[in-house]
Design a protein around this ligand. Structure first.
Ligand code: HEC
Ligand code: HEC
Ligand code: HEC
Ligand code: HEC
Ligand code: HEC
Length: 339
């Protein structure tokens, strides 16, 4: 009897012990899953496995085709960065950054160790140190991430300035010229021109269309955006043509230091033969970029224009110093026929 009782006790004690171990083990798992570090890791895994894409297909598609998605794989970037000895400390931190809500909005970003090919990813702009997604006001909830309403997204110039406005990197600064212009008045921001407003379901789990913004960031690769950048007006004077160029861009134009805008004046005789051609480069290198809204007059001397001849003034865009004239993009054109 004693023997039976003892066995019974042993079984009970073992079960209790086993139970304790199990509870501790599960408890550990649960508490591990809930630590912020783990939620941040899960967000990175989810991004890589296509979870953001499956719940936010429209925003994903826009981002994927933007230069933010290509900020690391971009061949032009890699070619220039390869020429820099300390690229890991001087260049790479903005082209493959850690989430900026974690490293600090407005502070110089830090280089990530993983997933560099995804450049300026969703997580770079939205993920905080707790694994939550910050954004404008949401209309629905999800089990995958917490939503945090954060006012910096509604007028996001400060967010953009983390990479587009570091005072130690003036080559990539569109923010300071913007802040000194009428384009910054009221609630206007970088998003006014680069993230057009759209009403839609923000995710496949949403049930209500609400106001959001397109994640397209059209800039130097968009003909439509380039055509909006400036206007041309001609005035024909005796033996001269006066060209009024006015910037409509919200910042210094061209916005990047690698780009050149070419103002060209061409004079053709009535039989179509080219009699004269002049080109003026406008670039950081030529130190004559246009300020926001700036109006500038260029005067071209014409040979005494015989009737039937034409004067054509064009504005063209050269992406890099290597881009051949045949690939320049037409930004605007005005023609005058001499009577
Ligand atoms: C299971 C579906 C689901 C997954 C997976 C998901 N989201 Fe969301 N997300 C939502 C829903 C639902 C909302 C709220 C949408 C609304 O307001 O209509 C949302 C909102 C957001 C917001 C806005 C938050 C706010 O408060 O304004 C951001 C940013 C966001 N998601 C980013 C991401 C990123 C990045 C990933 C991948 C790491 C991701 N989401 C994965 C469903 C999901
Ligand atoms: C974490 C850094 C970072 C933040 C934040 C950021 N950008 Fe960018 N952005 C970049 C980088 C890097 C590129 C250049 C990619 C390339 O061409 O290789 C870029 C490119 C662009 C382009 C150029 C596209 C083109 O066609 O040349 C636009 C427009 C742009 N960003 C707008 C914005 C706006 C608006 C915001 C704020 C909502 C913003 N960016 C926030 C890093 C950032
Ligand atoms: C403070 C963040 C930051 C740092 C640091 C930085 N970049 Fe960039 N880079 C940007 C942003 C933002 C853009 C897009 C806007 C622009 O062109 O000014 C960009 C664009 C570029 C482009 C144009 C790419 C294209 O497709 O035309 C090149 C080239 C480039 N960067 C090279 C470099 C090199 C080389 C370094 C290091 C010497 C560097 N960047 C450091 C933020 C940064
Ligand atoms: C360069 C920074 C940047 C990147 C990269 C970025 N977003 Fe956003 N996102 C914003 C800003 C700014 C807003 C606020 C727009 C507004 O006012 O509606 C926003 C808003 C959102 C919203 C709320 C809906 C809306 O349109 O306002 C969702 C959801 C979202 N982003 C998801 C994503 C996902 C998913 C990715 C990657 C595919 C991504 N974002 C990449 C800056 C970014
Ligand atoms: C009034 C409209 C407007 C506003 C506001 C505006 N932009 Fe632009 N942006 C343009 C136009 C037009 C272009 C194309 C011409 C050019 O490259 O400068 C452009 C081009 C760019 C480029 C590409 C430059 C290059 O050389 O590749 C970047 C980057 C950029 N903008 C960032 C910003 C940022 C950051 C802000 C906020 C500080 C901003 N923009 C505000 C109209 C605007």
């Amino acid at each position: 009897m004693d023997f039976v009782l003892a066995r019974h006790r042993i079984v009970t004690v073992s079960l209790v012990l086993f139970g304790c171990v199990l509870v501790t083990f599960i408890g550990n798992l649960v508490s591990r899953a809930e630590t912020p570090v783990n939620r941040v890791t899960e967000a990175h895994q989810g991004f890589q496995e296509g979870k953001c894409k499956s719940c936010h297909p429209a925003i994903w598609r826009e981002w994927e085709n933007s230069m933010h998605a290509k900020a690391w794989v971009d061949e032009i970037y890699q070619e220039f960065a390869d020429q820099i000895e300390d690229r890991e400390t001087k260049c790479d931190q903005c082209h493959a950054p850690q989430p900026i809500l974690i490293t600090g909005v407005g502070k110089m970003p830090k280089l990530r160790d993983e997933q560099r090919a995804s450049g300026v990813s969703c997580l770079v702009c939205h993920l905080d140190s707790e694994g939550a997604m910050h954004g404008p006001q949401a209309s629905a909830e999800t089990y995958f991430h917490a939503n945090v309403t954060n006012p910096i997204y509604t007028v996001p110039t400060t967010l953009c300035s983390t990479c587009h406005g570091q005072s130690t990197v003036p080559e990539h600064d569109q923010v300071s010229s913007f802040l000194n212009s009428k384009f910054a008045e009221g609630n206007k921001s970088c998003a006014t021109c680069h993230m057009p407003v759209v009403n839609r379901l923000q995710s496949t789990a949403s049930y209500e269309s609400i106001k959001g913004r397109k994640h397209t960031w059209r800039g130097s690769r968009s003909v439509a955006q380039l055509r909006r950048a400036a206007t041309l007006q001609l005035e024909i004077l005796p033996e001269k043509v006066s060209v009024k160029l006015q910037s409509k861009t919200g910042h210094i134009l061209p916005g990047g230091t690698l780009r050149t805008i070419i103002l060209e004046a061409k004079f053709l005789s009535s039989d179509g033969a080219e009699r004269q051609k002049e080109q003026v480069p406008i670039s950081a290198k030529a130190q004559n970029r246009l300020l926001p809204n700036e109006e500038r007059i260029y005067i071209f001397d014409t040979l005494s224009g015989a009737p039937g001849g034409t004067i054509t003034v064009r504005l063209m865009y050269q992406l890099t110093p290597k881009t051949p004239e045949s690939e320049w993009i037409l930004m605007g054109e005005k023609t005058h026929v001499v009577h």
